[in-house]
Design a protein around this ligand. Structure first.
Ligand code: MN
Length: 132
């Protein structure tokens, strides 16, 4: 069992946040792909087929919800778990995330430990029957 080869697409426009997530995820053994805009996130989902996507909600251009709708609207991509990451714990964000097709939701500032647990849960649910 190992995380080798498990790739996570981080879609996040803030450089500091990307750095934090890159360090956290690579330390946990994941491979990280990075996108800065929603458009790039959708494109990398299509071309790189990551195992999971962390989707910042507030992005330049179309936002993380729209990017998630586009990914989930693609039959070839819709099984990829998407975790929405919001900047504020606004009431209703969890509902918006679900409506956009996100599989889970975390609000900044998130606990690194909790985020890793959520990622593991989503990976387990996203690949039924996959070897582990
Ligand atoms: Mn942002």
């Amino acid at each position: 069992m190992g995380l080798m080869g498990t790739r996570i697409l981080v879609t996040e426009d803030n450089e500091d946040n990307r750095h934090i997530l890159r360090d956290l995820l690579t330390s946990a053994g994941y491979e990280v792909i990075e996108a800065v805009t929603g458009e790039e996130g959708v494109r990398l989902a299509e071309t790189q087929r990551p195992d999971l996507i962390l989707m910042d909600v507030q992005l330049p251009g179309f936002d993380g919800y729209e990017a998630t709708r586009r990914i989930k609207g693609n039959l070839a991509l819709r099984q990829i778990p998407v975790i929405a990451v919001t900047s504020y714990a606004l009431s209703g964000d969890d509902v918006k995330a679900r409506e956009a097709g996100c599989d889970a939701y975390v609000a900044k500032p998130f606990s690194p430990r909790d985020l890793l647990v959520k990622i593991r849960e989503c990976l387990a649910q996203g690949t039924p029957g996959a070897p582990s």
